[in-house]
Design a protein around this ligand. Structure first.
Ligand SMILES: Cc1ncc(COP(=O)(O)O)c(C=O)c1O
Length: 381
């Protein structure tokens, strides 16, 4: 019998049955009053969930499109932009901004570390920046940026739009748009929401909406706030076809989050991540991110001496889980494990069991069940 295959990459994450059911529903016209009411409710619920008094945009597209939307609506050609990069996805903003003709300054952390907030502040003092970008969690490094502390510091720079990439963080890590002084936050459906890929959500503060108005006509079309604002207000209007089943699937994801409790969900992710990280370290892996800056949504695990990337990941796949490989300089040197969204303690025990079996098959000496014991003890605390 073939083993069950679990998708444990850092997104897409496993999709629970009640969300799958929403994806599988018979389609409705986007003007159907029942769908219009569902879409309106989703927009409002997502705004409340992340405490955003500006506007929430749940739209068809992936996280990368949301990155473009964030930049397009806050900057114009020739503006200065500061990119705080904690890895591959922080760097992605460089090309997006350069293609738009922005003057880009980049502060890059050594992988696994963060840029200190004081250094960011000093850089912001050196020039007038229209916007600054930070990934809350960079999926390539597993580093979690101190977005609340940065947001507090950003109060000294009201002319600089504070853009936070929450693709690998939102509803796993704790975030609060108004409370953390964030101007734009965005995420993708396929990560901690536990929905299929294809929808992004972008939260824009009132200041970000005002910045968009100041810009006049912008070159971008699909991602223009001004095109979508009337639709978000009255979703029976048409601008571009909404992803009907993803709207329902996201609505179910929000229902699950509210049932669990937003704070409780973060605490669950935190406890689970620390237990997983302790268990994986006991097997000889090194967590790339420094201890105080580790994400709760995923772990990037550097291999012990003698473990071959391709054979280990192939064996993991045969034994039942798919994980992601390392990126850039860490390709072949580590694997990336997602532990976010609607997964539970039973899933994690199974994952550790698979990892142990794969290590043994790859010739690494492991006491069967040892890492599971560590995980269980941490979870029982
Ligand atoms: C932190 C981060 N930002 C942006 C993206 C891009 O999102 P997408 O692949 O949905 O376009 C990803 C994708 O994994 C990500 O992890």
């Amino acid at each position: 019998m073939e083993t069950k295959k679990m998708v444990m990459i850092p997104g897409p994450t496993p999709v629970v049955k009640s969300i799958q059911d929403q994806m599988g529903r018979e389609i409705q016209a986007f003007g159907d009053p029942r769908f219009v009411a569902d879409y309106k409710k989703l927009i409002e619920d997502l705004g409340k969930l992340l405490n955003c008094s500006g506007q929430t945009f749940p739209l068809a597209g992936t996280g990368t499109l949301a990155m473009e939307m964030a930049i397009s609506n806050t900057t114009k050609r020739g503006d200065n932009v500061l990119i705080i990069s904690h890895g591959y996805f922080g760097d992605r903003f460089i090309e997006i901004c350069e293609r738009k003709g922005l003057n880009v300054d980049v502060m890059s952390a050594e992988w696994g570390q963060i840029i200190p907030v004081a250094d960011i502040e000093a850089k912001l003092q050196s020039k007038n920046y229209a916007a600054m970008t930070v990934s809350h969690v960079d999926t390539a490094t597993g580093v979690c940026a101190p977005i609340e502390e940065i947001g507090e510091m950003m109060k000294k720079f009201p002319q600089t739009m504070y853009i936070v990439d929450g693709v690998a963080a939102t509803v796993g890590q704790f975030e609060d748009v108004d409370g953390m002084n964030i101007d734009i936050l965005f995420t993708g459906s396929q990560k901690a929401f536990g929905v299929c890929p294809g929808m992004f959500v972008l939260w824009a503060s009132k200041r970000a909406l005002a910045r968009r108005k100041e810009l006049g006509t912008i070159p971008e079309y699909y991602v223009d706030f001004e095109k979508w604002l009337p639709i978000m207000e009255t979703p029976s209007k048409y601008f571009a076809t909404p992803a009907v089943n993803l709207v329902w699937a996201m609505a179910e994801a929000v229902r699950i989050i509210n049932e669990e409790g937003y704070q409780v969900r973060y605490q669950r992710h935190l406890k689970n991540a620390r237990a997983m990280q302790a268990a994986l370290e006991s097997l000889g892996f090194t967590v790339l991110a420094e201890k105080e800056h580790r994400a709760v949504t995923l772990s990037n695990l550097v291999y012990p001496e003698g473990l071959d990337d391709v054979s280990f990941r192939n064996t993991l796949y045969e034994e039942g889980i798919t994980v992601a490989g390392g990126l850039a300089a860490y390709a072949g040197k580590m694997f990336r494990l997602g532990h976010m969204g609607n997964i539970d303690i039973n899933d994690e025990v199974a994952v550790l069991g698979v990892i142990e079996r794969a290590l043994i098959r790859c010739g690494i000496s492991v006491e069967p069940g040892a890492s599971i014991g560590i995980y269980m003890k941490e979870m029982a605390k």
